[in-house]
Design a protein around this ligand. Structure first.
Ligand SMILES: Cc1cc2nc3c(=O)[nH]c(=O)nc-3n(C[C@H](O)[C@H](O)[C@H](O)COP(=O)(O)O)c2cc1C
Length: 171
């Protein structure tokens, strides 16, 4: 096992990235709407459920995101858990594309937030407190509505997309 306790500039360290790359995640797209009604969103995997009662979640947004102001001040946002067949959507929502929604099927949800069709789950939230933590904003949300379908989620591990493989149930 490689350890690198001496590294100070963690962000420049490949080992640091490799350590965190060992942790698999799902892939989500978080969306909201600008004050002039434009749908916006980005791909993230820092999403986590925090509290069940009341239902609260959080995710982290990098400080140099073009969407920082929008998400810091929006009333609502939605977290979309991408399905295994939505890799293209993940790539599109982290690419320098002018309109990330072009050609996609979506509709408006709570607070006029754009909701993408065909995802494994959609979690609509009222924005909570935003806390700057290092070079990211931790954006908290209170879940107001949610929905899911049977579609298997997209997975992400060490910079690659994949799918989850279940082990057979042990009786
Ligand atoms: C799988 C995956 C997970 C990501 N997770 C995050 C994240 O949690 N927070 C974040 O700020 N950016 C994350 N990104 C990067 C953003 O999607 C990307 O920087 C995007 O361009 C930011 O939107 P902007 O260009 O409109 O600022 C992730 C990208 C990928 C592919």
């Amino acid at each position: 096992m490689t350890t690198s306790v001496d590294v100070i500039n963690w962000s420049a360290s490949d080992d640091y990235r490799r350590s965190f790359g060992c942790f698999p995640s799902g892939v989500t797209v978080v969306t909201t709407v600008t004050t002039d009604g434009k749908p916006v969103g980005l791909t993230i995997n820092s999403f986590t459920s925090v509290s069940l009662s009341p239902p609260m979640i959080l995710w982290c947004l990098k400080e140099n995101s073009k969407l920082r102001d929008v998400f810091r001040h929006c009333s609502h946002f939605a977290v979309h858990v991408l399905g295994h067949d939505q890799q293209e959507i993940s790539r599109r929502f982290c690419a320098p594309v002018e309109d990330r929604f072009a050609g996609l099927t979506w509709h408006r949800g709570t607070g006029d937030v754009p909701l993408l069709d065909g995802c494994s789950a959609v979690i609509e939230c009222r924005r909570g407190e935003v806390v700057t933590w290092g070079d990211h904003d931790v954006i908290n949300g209170v879940v107001e509505r949610h929905g899911y379908c049977d579609k298997e989620p997209l997975a992400f591990l060490a910079g690659s997309y994949g799918a989850f493989r279940r082990f057979p149930e042990v009786a």
